[in-house]
Design a protein around this ligand. Structure first.
Ligand SMILES: [Zn+2]
Length: 451
C-alpha cells in the first residue's frame, strides 16, 4: 500500500518526552499456545481502537528471482476474501469504518487497522481470515503487481527518499543469491500463484506474528477474541532460512531497472541478540550525524544506517547511500564507510549514557499510554492537516506499531534486555564496534542501472 505519512516515525522521536506525572501501569502481554504474541494497551478514554499485526517477514525473506514478492503478498493479503467479504470488500469496509493500511519493510510487514471500538471483533476476524488463504487469483496478482510497480515509479521520482526499500530488495538478492540483476519493476505480473502461496504459507506463521491493540478495550475483552479467531492457526514453525553471512560476497555489483545508483557497506550481525540491540541503538545515535554531514550531502541524495527500526540481527550493520547524478560510486563508498566507522567509534566512546537512556525509555514505553499524552500527540498530527478523529486514530495505530517494534527489538525477555541496555559499559561498546566493523566481516554492494 502507499500514502503513508505518519506511521513511519522512528522510536527516538516517539520516546523523547518522558514526564513522570504521566507514567502508569504496564501494558498486558501474553502468548497464544501457537506462538502469537499479543500486547494490549487499554486506553479507557478513547472511543476507537488501533490494531497492528506485525509479521516478521520482509524483503530479506524473498525467494530467488521473486523481487518485490513480500510487497506483492502484502497487497494480496489486504485484498484477500474472508470473514464474510468477497475479495477487496473487507479493505473497503475497513476504510469506510475507519482506516486500514499496510507496509512492507526489509524484515517485517505490518497491517494497520483503526476503527470504533465496537468493530474490534470484526477487525480481528478479518485479520485471522487473511492468514488462512489457500489460493491467490492470477488476475489479482497481475493487477496488484502493476500497483506495486507504480509505487516504484513514485519513489524513483523522489530521489531524496533514496529508494531505500527497493535497494534492500536488491541487496538481499545480492547477499543471498549473488544475483546479477534484481528487477524492481518486472517479473511479478505473471508470477506462478503456487510459488507466491508457498512463500506466504511458510512465512505468515503464528510464531512470526505479534498483535498489538491500543485503545478502548480491556485484557478481558481481547483474550477470548484472540483465542476464538487465532487459536486454531497451526503452530508449524516458519521456514525462514537465516542468511549465512560467511557465504556473502565481500564485493558485489547488482543491476536493477532504475536509473539511480546506490551503495551499501554492511558488516555481519553479531551472533548474540544483546550485541545486535546495542549496535542498533548505537547506530541510531550516529544516524543524525550522517544526515547532517556536509561532505555526504554534497555527493549523495540520501544516507541511512542501521537504527532501532532497521535493526541489526536479520539485517547486517549497514550504511547506505544513493548517489547524486554524476557522483562517483567508489568515492561515495569510501566516504560513507569511513564516516560511518569514524562516527560509530566516536559514539561508542562518548555516547554510552545515551545508549543507557534507551533502556529507561523502553521501560517507560512498556507502560500504558495515558490519554492526555495521546491527545497532545494527536494535536501535532492535526497540524499536518488531518481531522481530529483521524489524528487520534493515527496516534492509536502509531502506539501499537511502536510496541510491536519494541517487542521485536527487545526479544523474548524484555526486562532482561532492558537491564542489559541500562548496564552497557563503554569498554563493551568499543570492543563490540571494533570486533564487528572489521574488513573480514565487510560486504560492499553497488547497485547500478542494469545496462
Ligand atoms: Zn504497496
Amino acid at each position: 500500500m502507499n500514502n503513508r505519512q505518519f506511521l513511519v516515525g522512528a522510536l527516538i522521536s516517539t520516546l523523547s518526552s518522558v514526564s513522570p506525572l504521566l507514567v502508569s501501569a504496564q501494558v498486558h502481554e501474553f502468548d497464544l499456545a501457537n506462538g502469537i504474541h499479543v500486547i494490549v494497551n487499554p486506553v479507557p478514554e478513547a472511543e476507537d481502537v488501533g490494531v497492528e499485526t506485525f509479521h516478521e517477514v520482509g524483503f530479506v525473506d524473498e525467494p530467488e528471482s521473486m523481487v518485490q514478492s513480500s510487497h506483492l503478498l502484502e497487497h494480496l493479503v489486504c485484498y484477500a476474501p474472508g470473514a464474510g467479504f468477497e475479495a477487496k470488500a473487507a479493505m473497503e469496509w475497513l476504510n469506510k469504518k475507519g482506516m486500514a493500511n499496510a507496509e512492507t519493510m526489509p524484515d517485517s510487514t505490518h497491517y494497520d487497522y483503526a476503527s470504533r471500538a465496537e468493530n474490534l471483533e470484526k477487525i480481528l476476524e478479518i485479520e485471522a481470515a487473511r492468514l488462512k488463504q489457500t489460493s491467490f487469483d492470477p488476475q489479482m496478482i497481475e493487477c496488484e503487481a502493476k500497483r506495486v510497480y507504480q509505487e516504484t515509479d513514485f519513489v524513483e521520482n523522489n530521489p531524496q527518499a533514496g529508494m531505500l526499500k527497493h535497494a534492500f530488495m536488491a541487496l538481499s538478492h545480492a547477499w543471498k543469491y549473488k544475483s546479477k540483476t534484481a528487477l524492481v519493476r518486472g517479473g511479478l505480473d505473471n508470477m506462478d500463484p503456487g510459488k507466491l502461496l508457498n512463500f506466504y504459507q511458510t512465512t505468515y506463521r503464528p510464531r512470526n506474528l505479534t498483535i498489538a491493540i491500543t485503545g478502548k478495550t480491556t485484557l478481558d475483552e481481547v483474550k477470548p477474541l484472540i483465542e476464538k479467531h487465532f487459536g486454531d492457526l497451526s503452530s508449524n514453525d516458519p521456514q525462514s532460512k537465516p542468511l549465512d553471512w560467511s557465504k556473502v560476497p565481500a564485493n558485489h555489483t547488482i543491476g536493477w531497472d532504475s536509473q539511480h545508483r546506490a551503495v551499501c557497506v554492511a558488516w555481519n550481525p553479531p551472533k548474540n541478540k544483546r550485541d545486535s540491540v546495542r549496535l542498533s541503538l548505537l547506530s541510531a545515535v550516529v544516524m543524525q550525524k550522517l544526515a547532517n554531514d556536509p561532505a555526504l550531502k554534497k555527493k549523495t541524495e540520501m544516507v541511512m544506517c542501521s537504527n532501532n527500526m532497521w535493526m541489526v540481527g536479520d539485517l547486517p550493520l549497514f550504511v547506505y547511500a544513493m548517489a547524486k547524478p554524476e557522483q562517483d560510486l567508489d568515492e561515495i563508498e569510501k566516504l560513507i564507510s569511513e564516516t560511518f566507522e569514524k562516527e560509530l567509534k566516536a559514539s561508542a566512546s562518548s555516547s554510552v549514557q545515551m545508549i543507557k537512556s534507551f533502556g529507561f525509555q523502553y521501560d517507560f514505553q512498556r507502560k500504558q499510554s495515558t490519554w492526555p499524552r495521546m491527545q497532545q500527540q494527536a494535536k501535532m498530527v492535526q497540524k499536518m492537516g488531518r481531522s481530529e478523529a483521524m489524528s487520534l486514530q493515527l496516534v492509536l495505530l502509531q502506539d501499537a506499531l511502536v510496541r510491536c517494534s519494541a517487542h521485536r527489538l527487545l526479544g523474548k525477555d524484555p526486562d532482561e534486555m532492558i537491564k542489559a541496555i541500562k548496564e552497557t559499559k563503554k569498554e563493551d561498546l568499543v570492543t563490540l564496534v571494533n570486533k564487528t566493523v572489521s574488513p573480514k566481516n565487510q560486504h560492499v554492494v553497488h547497485i547500478v542501472p542494469q545496462d
